[in-house]
Design a protein around this ligand. Sequence first.
Ligand SMILES: Cc1ncc(COP(=O)(O)O)c(C=O)c1O
Length: 373
Amino acid sequence: MRFETKAVHSGAGADDETGAVSLPIHLSTTFERTVDGAPSHGFSYIRDGNPTQAKLEEALAAIDSASHALAFASGMAAVTCVLQALPPESHLILPDDGYYGVRALAAEYLPRWGVTSDLVQMDDLDAVRAAVRPDTRAIWCETPSNPLMKIVDVAELAAIVHAANAMLIADSTFATPALQRPIEQGADIVMHSTTKYLGGHSDVQGGSLAFARRDAFSEAVAHCRKITGGVASPFNSWLILRGIRSLSARMRVHCENAMAIARALEGHPNVEAVHYPGLESHAGHDIAARQMSSFGGMLSFNVRGGRDEAQAVTAKTKIFTRATSLGGTESLIEHRASSEGEGSRTAQNLLRVSVGLEHADDLVEDLTQALSV
Ligand SMILES: Cc1ncc(COP(=O)(O)O)c(C=O)c1O
């Protein structure tokens, strides 16, 4: 079955009891047991799992070509759970460019249970090889990365990781399973902030982990979620499942619009650099063209000047809303260093854009007028 069909039909089907085509939301926190204490229908307590979340997990596994998946309350709940499940005293390799929350978790909390980490320029495979230690248990990659849209070759990275007897965990939030499925390229675990494109409408928070196989580590992660409690609520599971139904159609327009904007910005006199893997000038373009079916709806660019000049652009847009996050139907623009706050590694003249589903010409015109001085 092709991706588009899987996205519409996985975890779906008319409700057994009522024939409802849209799945019911099961809000029950507890489930009846048989006299001998066993769950009568496979569910016992909401934190361990619930029927609406189970449907979402079926769909998440199907669209990422995974053996199974776990749904979480947020992307960071998913990140935290998988990293908490690493054995104590593990070493972790993280990308130098990536979601700042993962770096903060690694710096502030992972050392408390003995997990150490190093930041590595992940698109330099020799640097990755050099960073691997005997106690390295996992390499975390993010491709395209946040906010510089760096691309890493997942298959090459998987070969390095597996030769070191470690796991490759890929944050594929920006690409979504519609454009890239890292498990097919050798990753062991795929993580998404489902708050973004999978939800798709800026109205639900969630996270997911999809596993290449069921093994002792995936069981350890499931146990960790049950104990620490970062599970997805039934209503949020339902909203994310609904978002997945239209994911491939939405991604087509996000990608088309982003490409039009990237091309327009590339030639603009007030733009210093454009970071979009669809551009031939992007360092990771060839790899992206191989491992993604299209280049995504996220891009960033450096405005000529500094913080003031960049923020002045965000003051002038009429269609782009000044806000963080991404993956909704509406276009957003943000001064990324301000959003990341203290400890940000992002250049002060960098703006990040989440390209929405408006008409490409309106978006290009809006950015062009905002960039004019
Ligand atoms: C690439 C990436 N990974 C992880 C996260 C964290 O997800 P959440 O905000 O759902 O906790 C984000 C959030 O922006 C993100 O952009």
